[in-house]
Design a protein around this ligand. Structure first.
Ligand SMILES: [Zn+2]
Length: 484
């Protein structure tokens, strides 16, 4: 963590020797534009209210991509295009769950993403409660799981970075021979919450999210009796392969156009709600940054590239595709900034991701951001979402964290809707992001060189992240050496 006060002296000196005045002028110009135009909230409203849920590969996701391509062209960006990739075709359908005892009770459920189907008549089985659903919980329940419907949730006791993901709970259940899996949603008020039920591909067994109130009701029933019978039905549509696309556009650099500053945000969402916070918000900030920095008086030395990823929710698929397709350019990426739900809170902390030593250099831009409340640089999270694929390739990356405690209990639910977003927070985050991008695109020296694969592996191992990355198959997918 770097407090702003500690850096005042050397920074003032540093500015006198570099483009400090220019940076200050640019920051003032950027911030005036953001707050006076106030147009990010309009983009957000189109994405969330008019286009709606943007499930990867769906019709709405393609409409969202077209809308963003048009905006980038209207803002005068060059090299505006979509980069397509294949994904398993899957559309959500009916999900029904009902307890058959002690009285007939319809439960609030929704399918998890990419869940397979039960037979058309559904399946009837006893429920077994495995607590949080960690690997140890499954080991403890052992052979009792076979043939049953597993109930797992609410949350893991561990550090969130190491929390058992939904698809892992489904995977553990399937390995023990479960018939299906119910995962309790964390938010109160009848909300279900979707996430991927597999890591790429379809789930091994039917998997649904059950509302908090119903999930905890089942749990209480099981305390008082040995068994509880449930009927479960899932009927989703799987027709083969679909096409997803990343949206790309450039603001060409004036002096070193081959050097890139990438601003990324995922455009896809889940299907229950319109994903206003996750992540129409990040997309709106990226598009606003594109609009502002494409003004001729804010032209940069380096190229600023906007990349709106698809397939984030299914396992960072779009960013994985991007770093592999653009491998030959990665040495020239001086910074990748990722926006995922950025703007839900007031901005507070620049979070460098990965091992690139960019922290003190980012201290140079901090004085410009103090008025927005961005006063810290803290590598509190090793990575967040699509930035991971850049971190894994040794590219310098960062995100912007908010001030205070984030309430996102309604994430991935029906309730991730437009009215949750406040324009002033959106604008303050946009002002900070656009200033950071401008800074990185104009700094005389690059922020950091790209790290080698052994350096990246060392970083993951030092933080004990290799275990989880191996467990989820990411290690192998990245082509890292060693057992998987
Ligand atoms: Zn997200």
């Amino acid at each position: 963590m770097i407090a702003i006060g500690a850096f005042c002296f050397p920074l003032i000196f540093f500015y006198a020797n570099t483009a400090g005045d220019d940076l200050e002028k640019a920051a003032a110009r950027i911030m005036g534009d953001v707050f006076v135009k106030n147009s990010g909230i309009r983009t957000l409203r189109v994405l969330s209210d008019e286009i709606g849920p943007r499930l990867t590969g769906s019709e709405a996701a393609h409409r969202a991509a077209s809308y963003c391509l048009d905006l980038l062209r209207n803002y005068g960006l060059t090299n505006v295009h979509a980069e397509s990739f294949g994904i398993g075709d899957w559309l959500p359908g009916q999900a029904v769950a009902e307890a058959l005892e002690p009285f007939h009770k319809r439960l609030r459920v929704d399918t998890l993403g990419f869940s397979i189907n039960t037979s058309p008549g559904g399946l009837v089985a006893d429920v077994i409660d495995v607590g949080h659903g960690t690997q140890e919980d499954y080991e403890k329940a052992g052979p009792l799981i076979k043939g049953k419907i597993v109930l797992a949730g609410l949350q893991d006791p561990a550090d969130p970075a190491f929390a058992t993901k939904e698809w892992q709970k489904v995977d553990f259940a399937a390995r023990k021979g479960a018939a299906a899996c119910l995962i309790i949603a964390g938010a109160k008020g009848g909300l279900t919450r979707t996430r991927a039920s597999s890591y790429g591909g379809y789930s091994p067994i039917p998997a649904v999210s059950v509302a908090y109130e119903d999930g905890t009701w089942i749990r209480r029933q099981l305390e008082g009796r040995k068994t509880l019978k449930l009927r479960l039905l899932t009927q989703n549509t799987m027709t083969g392969r679909a096409v997803a696309e990343n949206v790309v556009g450039d603001i060409a650099g004036k002096e070193r156009p081959e050097e890139l500053v990438i601003l990324g945000a995922h455009l896809d969402s889940w299907f229950l709600g319109p994903g206003a916070a996750d992540n129409a918000l990040g997309v709106s900030i990226a598009l606003e940054t594109a609009r502002i920095l494409s003004a001729p008086d804010l032209a940069s030395k380096r190229t600023v590239r906007i990349v709106l990823f698809s397939g984030e929710e299914e396992g960072l698929l779009g960013s994985f595709q991007y770093v592999n397709d653009h491998e030959s350019e990665l040495d020239k990426v001086v910074l990748m900034v990722n926006l995922d739900m950025t703007g839900l809170m007031y901005p507070g902390v620049i979070n460098p991701y990965g091992a690139c030593p960019i922290g003190d250099k980012l201290g140079e831009v901090l004085p410009m951001l103090a008025g927005l409340g961005v006063t810290q640089i803290d590598a509190r999270y090793p990575y967040d979402s699509d930035d991971f694929n850049f971190v894994a390739k040794g590219v310098p990356a960062l995100g912007l964290q908010g001030r205070g405690v984030r309430d996102w209990s309604w994430g991935h639910s029906y309730a991730d809707t437009f009215e949750k977003i406040e324009a002033d927070k959106l604008n303050m985050n946009t002002a900070a992001v656009a200033t950071i991008i401008y800074f990185a695109a104009n700094r005389r020296e690059a922020l950091s060189r790209r790290l080698s694969q052994p350096e990246v592996i060392k970083y993951f191992k030092e933080r004990n992240l290799d275990k989880i990355l191996k467990q989820e198959g990411t290690w192998k997918k990245l082509g890292f050496p060693g057992e998987n």
